[in-house]
Design a protein around this ligand. Structure first.
Ligand code: 4AD
Ligand code: MG
Length: 481
């Protein structure tokens, strides 16, 4: 007989019929009550074992973690706490679980311990919930763009272009590292490498996506990106997933509108479809907040935070305005910032971003028109800016508790300006010949942005460490599993 999912049974409209469920035992009480979880929902299904007619040896094998198949009548539960239960008539042990050795005991584990057991942590309520929410958010991303006629583009993971400037890159080679082929002048001879050239893992699909936007109009990527930044923070991964829409004929304002609408859509999508998981995660966050001193506790619950984002416009602020606010801020005057803001032109650190979002504006903020010097070469230079104070049509979206969640810009569509800029910072135009072609053949205004998928999942789940929202995190000194 085909087995049913716990989620469907808990939503059943009828009772008194025979069902089979398969899953893992979460707890086994009084030699009689199995709380069964099959991953379809955060809720367990109570399954009542007929212990008088079940051999002692079988009962002994029912432990936390044991995989079982249970058949019986679905009935209204007599006990408190659940609507339905199964009165088990047939019990099959599918896979034993050594109760003594199983690391996922039914008690509270630290997140550090769970990271060390990333292959088993998904068997806990919290990680089951996080990963289901992550999956729904991924679906939301595709739904949003597909419903609006965007074309999904798979940009390369191995790239020959290392000029994006988004971060340190991981090299890709098939050459033996202990005996690298050399050229006559002693340099590494990449001609002998697999691709006949120096290659890396991509830090972003943007440059390739731009070429596609110049034909398909509206495109988006959703794929893994890699950065070898040695930043061991709770916001950085060496391997993370990024969503990068790119739209022909969009200017910076259109780009901001798209990003805000998109973020609200995917959050709404998760709020509507992940009510049980989010309710659980909200409780988890409340417990965690209780450990903190009163002053550091969040004023809002998880769902209040999500609804706040859905119901309020993001505040749009220019870099110049932001610098003025930061310069006059208490932490700057009292020298509480690690990096004090003195001059226009300073790069913003996460402490500044979080001050603006969490203390000053108390809502998501879109910062735009950054100094050209601190942003990537491909961003559109603003017309009429003072020499030395040039700005580009960049925008970053800053979120409470997260900092930067989106980075994007209107792109420099003018061939001459782009070439000048590349020369000034020493980017090889030969290497990016194909990118420059987009500006030679039918160039047009266009814009796009990148949303860090894990940072979005962090925000929606209320987790605080990015290592806890991706199944197997890759960070400096850590590539286990
Ligand atoms: O701001 P970034 O570097 O922008 C780009 O890569 C552009 N090419 C995007 C575009 O315009 N198409 O990265 C975009 C976002 C950041 O805002 C952040 O959310 C996320 O990617 N991100 C990271 N997430 C996790 N770990 C890291 N190391 C990240 N670096 C960036
Ligand atoms: Mg950025």
């Amino acid at each position: 007989m085909k087995h049913s999912k716990v989620k469907d049974l808990l939503n059943s409209t009828k009772t008194n019929y025979e069902v089979t469920v398969k899953g893992w035992v979460r707890t086994f009480r009084n030699n009689q009550f199995i709380a069964l979880n099959d991953g379809s929902t955060i809720h367990n299904l109570q399954c009542v074992v007929d212990f008088e007619n079940t051999p002692e040896e079988t009962l002994k094998r029912i432990n936390t973690g044991t995989a079982v198949a249970l058949t019986g009548n679905l009935v209204e539960s007599q006990g408190a706490g659940q609507k339905y239960e199964i009165q088990v008539t047939q019990l099959e042990i599918l896979g034993d679980c050594d109760a003594e050795k199983f690391p996922m005991q039914p008690k509270k584990h630290s997140l550090e311990f769970l990271r060390e057991n990333a292959h088993l942590r998904v068997r806990t309520n919290a990680f089951g919930a996080i990963m289901r929410v992550r999956s729904v958010l991924a679906h939301a991303v595709h739904t949003y763009f597909q419903e609006r006629g965007f074309v999904y583009v798979n940009t390369p993971i191995i790239t020959g272009a290392d000029a994006e400037g988004a971060g340190e890159m991981f090299q890709v080679t098939s050459m033996p590292l202990d005996s690298l082929p050399k050229t006559e002048d002693g340099q590494i001879n990449y001609k002998e490498d697999f691709f006949g050239k120096h290659t890396n893992l991509t830090v972003s699909g943007q440059l390739e996506a731009e070429t596609y936007a110049m034909a398909l109009g509206q495109v988006y990527t959703f794929g893994p990106t890699f950065r070898a930044e040695n930043s061991n923070t709770s916001r950085h991964l060496a391997e993370f997933w990024m969503i990068e829409p790119e739209v022909a004929f969009n200017d910076l304002t259109d780009n901001m509108d798209l990003a805000e609408d998109f973020i609200k859509f995917v959050i709404q999508y998760a709020v509507e479809r992940c009510a049980d998981d989010l309710k659980f995660l909200e409780g988890r966050l409340l417990d965690e907040e209780k450990q903190k001193p009163q002053a550091e506790r969040s004023e809002m619950t998880l769902l209040e935070k999500l609804n706040f984002v859905l119901n309020n416009d993001f505040k749009r602020v220019s870099y110049t305005e932001a610098i003025a606010i930061l310069r006059e801020s208490t932490p700057n005057k009292k020298k509480k910032f690690q990096y004090l803001i003195e001059e226009w032109g300073a790069d913003l650190q996460s402490e500044h971003e979080r001050y603006l979002v969490e203390k000053h504006f108390k809502c998501p903020v879109i910062l735009f028109d950054y100094p050209a010097k601190i942003k990537a070469f491909y961003m559109r230079l603003n017309d009429n800016t003072e020499p030395g104070k040039e700005t580009v049509r960049a925008m970053d979206i800053l979120f409470p508790g997260i900092g930067e969640i989106v980075g994007g810009s209107q792109r420099e569509e003018r061939y001459d300006v782009l070439i000048e800029k590349m020369k000034a910072i020493g980017i090889d135009e030969e290497e990016l010949w194909w990118y420059l072609d987009t500006r030679r053949f039918g160039s047009a205004v266009h814009s796009g942005f990148g949303l860090g998928f894990e940072r979005l999942v962090l925000f929606v789940t209320g987790m605080t460490n990015i290592r806890d929202v991706i199944p197997f995190p890759r960070t400096p000194q850590n590539a286990e599993f």
